[in-house]
Design a protein around this ligand. Structure first.
Ligand code: VGL
Ligand code: ZN
Length: 206
């Protein structure tokens, strides 16, 4: 049997895309490959999660209050909304992070993401989104620490690159920690066969 998979779409929000307050260069280019994956996972009945940076207006994460970053992804603002072209569905589960004063880059940090994945019986997570060198990297590293197999979807992520080369270093760090670096097309694996659908008790639906 194949591993039970989930897709984790990290922080594809307006503020991280061109025109946003903490724009990742070409950040919007992750939308098309991620939409292909979202469709594929939903069609197969595999869980899809979106994380979102969801900051209060005042947090030590922002440089105005002693932190590193310009104001971004403030709760209930346009900048915190998901990119308008990113597929929406009632089946997608949203995980909010960054609610406090800490620099919470990982989708697992102070959230119930690991608990939700375990409850669903997920063994393998596919991770893409923004930004490669912050939230994607930290989400991938935490997923590995939590015991999940991890595929980092290199062509469905883009780096902020505060320092040149951060993106490539992040990919290397994820690989060294045990993540498999893949292309979004790698997910288009075997079509769901009648036999495996039968195994899941779904064959009677046809
Ligand atoms: C992120 C910087 C600050 C990210 C979040 O989503 O990668 N980066 N907050
Ligand atoms: Zn943030």
């Amino acid at each position: 049997m194949k591993n039970k998979r989930a897709l984790i779409v990290v922080d594809v929000q307006n503020d991280f895309c061109p025109g946003g307050s903490l724009a990742v260069p070409s950040g919007d280019e992750v939308v098309a490959p991620l939409n292909e994956l979202i469709e594929e996972f939903l069609e197969r009945g595999e869980p899809v999660f979106k994380t979102r940076d969801w900051h209060p207006a005042r947090t030590k994460h922002f440089n105005d209050f002693g932190g590193t970053w310009p104001v971004h992804c403030v709760q209930n603002t346009k900048g915190a909304e998901f990119h308008p072209s990113l597929i929406d569905s009632k089946h997608i589960r949203i995980v909010s992070k960054g609610l406090g004063d800490e620099d919470s880059y990982s989708g697992f940090d102070r959230t119930d993401l690991a608990l939700q994945l375990r409850r669903l019986g997920v063994e393998e997570v596919w991770v893409g989104g923004l930004a490669t060198d912050y939230c994607v990297k930290n989400t991938v590293l935490d997923a590995l620490k939590e015991g999940f197999k991890v595929k980092a979807i290199a062509d469905a992520t883009r780096p902020v690159e505060v320092n040149p080369g951060d993106g490539a270093r992040a990919i290397e760090e994820m690989r060294t920690a045990g993540a498999e670096i893949v292309n979004h097309k790698s997910a288009n694996g075997d079509p769901v066969s009648w036999a495996s659908a039968f195994d899941r008790g779904e064959a009677g639906r046809w």
